[in-house]
Design a protein. Sequence first.
Length: 196
Amino acid sequence: MTYAEFLQRTSFSKEELLACAWGTLVTDPPAEGFATLPGPPMLMIDRVVEISHRGSQGRIVAEYDVNVDAWFFQCHFRSDPVQPGCLGVDAIWQLIGFYGGVRGAKGGGRALGAKEIEFSGQIRPYNKLVRYEIDIRRYTELAETGAAIAIGTGTVLVDGEPIYTVKDAKVGMFRGIRYTDYPLRSVNSVGGQMKR
């Protein structure tokens, strides 16, 4: 699809999300790049079922199919398999960054934090469906740096029951931070403080 078509989409299939992770989804990407997703096994999303926006606010909803043999059940914990809560939190950050990309943010996405995270349940091997519902309360593009920030509150549900809440999760999209020539040493091969 073209970049213009990408910006108009309101849903994405698993194949399209994987293509986004590989950098092959868009045939004419902007030179600065746009928000991509991590590849498996860190990709915690199987499909995006809704993206909408009105002004600086919006919504993104996605789903993930639970697999009894998922990699994290093999090690977390050996005698008590449960999906690590941090993976659900990371899925919220992944989706907020992806939302920024669909809104037109350029550069690489980075999680910047969250105000409050609360767990009230768990995901086990024989659950079926995880749903992420995120209400974006603010999306802002910073003209002076070309960066963008998206802030949203996400709920993680398993088989229809809400089990995590992530309040005011924040993701920034920054130009000039991608490390595209990995594993070679280059200007972005060492991390540190990011300029906003």
